[in-house]
Write a protein that binds this ligand. Structure first.
Ligand code: NAP
Length: 241
């Protein structure tokens, strides 16, 4: 069966690892980016070379721009899977967090994904199987001082997915969260090598996850055989709690 996925944040490290994982499983892909057109073009070229019989399209959206969602969705045709692998964090004390940064985290991690699902749910239901996969975070479960609002939106993703999974179960759509601990990506560029070294010492595996170690479980959730996995959080954190 021909499969088609939209990967939001495909220009990011976890998102591009998801693109390689799903392309290897035979998917054609809509590769979303926000600013990093160079990286997404390179990804598209590489995937097209490796998998010449599959289609790879680039699509762009600033997920702070809620009004742009309907037009964005008009470019998408057949679709059975959506991976939400976009977004960053905001680091600092709650007492110093600008309201605009709160709005951005909420929009990028939750509000715009929900708007996208409102527009695309029919397509997912029309495919004989539908898959919705959010990249959540361990922090959504355990919290994180200095990233309180980020942890809050990551918790909100779990609450949403568990509820949405119930709403769409009979439409043949599953919804799950893959929740990493610390992954070696651009998101961690804000930390010094000393800070990252100290973090790694705390981790049972003594190292950060590689993006492909997260993407593997996105592939599991997307698989046709994963039809009874829904409303779940897959904790892929190397035993870090
Ligand atoms: N790295 C970790 O340790 C870790 C741990 C747990 C969870 N996560 C989660 O994993 C997901 C991916 O993170 P990553 O580590 O792969 O980060 P990353 O490499 O920095 O990628 C971030 C992605 O988000 C996109 N993005 C940022 N702002 C956006 C906006 N306003 N509108 C649309 N897209 C936007 C970026 O697009 P452009 O680059 O094109 O602008 C990029 O594709 C995030 O949801 C993050 O919370 C990461």
């Amino acid at each position: 069966m021909k499969r088609n996925a939209l990967i939001m944040g495909a220009s990011g490290d976890i998102g591009s690892a998801c693109a390689y994982e799903l392309a290897a499983a035979g998917f054609s892909l809509y590769l979303h980016y926000f600013k990093n057109q160079e990286r997404i073009s390179q990804l598209q070229r590489d995937l097209t070379e490796r998998y010449p019989n599959q289609d790879f399209f680039m699509v762009s959206l600033d997920m702070k721009n809620l009004d742009a969602v309907p037009q964005f969705c008009q470019q998408l045709f057949a679709l059975d899977t959506i991976v939400f692998a976009q977004g960053g964090s905001w680091y600092g004390l709650v007492s110093q967090m600008p309201q605009a940064s709160m709005a951005e985290l909420w929009q990028v991690h939750l509000e715009t994904p929900v708007l996208l699902l409102q527009h695309l749910e029919k397509k997912l239901a029309q495919a004989s199987l539908g898959r919705v996969i959010f990249i959540g975070s361990l922090y959504g479960e355990v919290g994180s001082g200095l990233e309180a609002y980020y942890a809050a939106v990551k918790s909100a993703q779990v609450g949403f997915v568990k509820s949405y999974a119930q709403e769409v179960a009979t439409l043949g759509i599953t919804a799950n969260v893959v929740a990493p601990g610390a992954v070696q990506t651009h998101l961690l560029n804000q930390f010094s090598s000393e800070e990252l070294g100290a973090l790694q010492k705390e981790l049972p595996l003594l190292r950060l996850a590689r993006p492909e170690e997260i993407a593997y479980f996105v592939g599991v959730c997307a698989a046709e055989k994963a039809s009874y996995l829904t409303g779940s959080v897959l904790n892929v954190n190397g035993g870090w709690h």
